[in-house]
Design a protein around this ligand. Structure first.
Ligand code: ADP
Length: 266
C-alpha cells in the first residue's frame, strides 16, 4: 500500500516540558488505515474525532506517539514535500494576483525553488493549464478579493496541485460554501483528479460529498479516533449529481450516517 498507518496513537501535549496532569489529549488511538497509490479516499466522523490529526500524521507534521506511519514504503519521520494541501478558508495572499498565488509553492518547495528561473515558462504553462481546468482562465490577473468564495477555492485547488504532489490533502475544503457552489466544486475536483491523478485524502462532514467523490470512505470513531468502518464506493465515473438521487447512493449515505450516529451516541 502507498500509505499505511499501523496501530497509531497520537497524544497531543506529550513530551513537551512541564505540564499539569491531565493536559494530554489522546486524539487518535490504535488507528490503522491503508490507502492505495492514486486512490481517492474520504475520511468522515464526529467532530473532534481526529480526522485532521490523521492528515497531519500522514504529512509528517505530527509524530505518532505509538505505531508506524509509512508513505511509499518509508517511515514518515519529517514533513513530506510531496504533499499538497487545501483547507476550508482559501488563505490566498491578498497582495498577489491569482496566477502568482497559484505559483507560490514553486517559490517555497524544493527542488522547484532552486529551478524557478529556469522553469519559469514551464511553470507558467502549468499554472495556466490548471486555472483553465477549473474554469478560471480569464481570472489569472485578478486579485483574490475580486473573486467569489467558490472561485477562490478553485484557485486554492490549483495552488495545492502546482508542484505536482503525489498526495493531495483536503480538509473540509468546501465547508464554507453554499450548497450549489459546493456541489459544482465536486465536479471540478473530480475533473481535476482525472487530469492530474494523485492520491487524494478528503476530510469532510458532508456524507454526500464523501460518497460522490471517493473510491473508499473511512468512518472514524469518536475521539480518540480510529477507523471503524471502510466502505468502497463503486459507482461509475465520472459521477453526476443526478446519480446522487439513485437508491444505491442514498443507501450508502444512510449507512455512513448510521455508523457516525452510533459513534456519537456511544
Ligand atoms: P477533527 O479534525 O476530527 O475535528 P482534530 O484532529 O482536529 O479533529 O482534533 C482531535 C482532537 O485533538 C480534538 O479534541 C482537538 O481538540 C485535539 N487537538 C487537535 N490539535 C491539537 C493540538 N495542537 N494540541 C492539543 N489538542 C489538539
Amino acid at each position: 500500500m502507498f500509505i499505511e498507518l499501523t496501530d497509531v496513537d497520537l497524544i497531543y501535549g506529550s513530551g513537551k516540558g512541564k505540564r499539569k496532569l491531565g493536559d494530554d489529549t489522546l486524539a487518535v488511538r490504535s488507528a490503522s488505515l491503508s490507502i492505495a497509490d492514486g486512490e481517492f479516499v474520504a475520511i468522515v466522523g464526529p467532530s473532534g474525532c481526529g480526522k485532521s490529526t490523521l492528515l497531519k500524521l500522514i504529512a509528517g507534521l505530527a509524530k505518532p506517539s505509538r505505531g508506524v506511519v509509512r508513505v511509499g514504503g518509508e517511515d514518515v519521520v519529517h514533513p513530506l514535500k510531496t504533499v499538497g494541501m487545501a483547507f476550508q478558508n482559501a488563505t490566498l495572499l491578498p497582495w498577489r494576483n491569482i496566477r502568482d498565488n497559484v505559483m507560490l509553492p514553486l517559490e517555497i518547495v524544493e527542488p522547484h525553488r532552486s529551478r524557478q528561473k529556469l522553469d519559469r515558462d514551464k511553470n507558467l504553462e502549468r499554472a495556466n493549464g490548471l486555472l483553465a481546468k477549473v474554469g478560471l482562465s480569464g481570472f489569472a490577473d485578478k486579485m483574490p478579493w475580486q473573486l467569489s468564495g467558490g472561485m477562490q477555492q478553485r484557485a486554492q485547488l490549483c495552488r495545492a496541485l502546482i508542484h505536482e504532489p503525489s498526495i493531495l490533502m483536503l480538509d473540509e475544503p468546501f465547508a464554507a460554501l453554499d450548497a450549489f457552489t459546493r456541489e459544482e466544486l465536486w465536479g471540478v475536483l473530480q475533473e481535476l483528479w482525472s487530469f492530474r491523478k494523485c492520491t487524494i485524502i478528503l476530510v469532510t462532514h458532508e456524507l454526500r460529498e464523501a460518497a460522490f467523490l471517493a473510491d473508499t470512505v473511512h468512518v472514524m470513531s469518536a475521539r480518540p479516533g480510529r477507523v471503524v468502518r471502510s466502505r468502497s464506493v463503486d459507482f461509475p465515473r465520472p459521477r453526476t449529481l443526478a446519480a446522487t438521487f439513485e437508491p444505491r447512493f442514498v443507501e450508502l449515505v444512510h449507512d455512513l450516517r448510521h455508523h457516525i450516529h452510533l459513534e456519537t451516541a456511544a
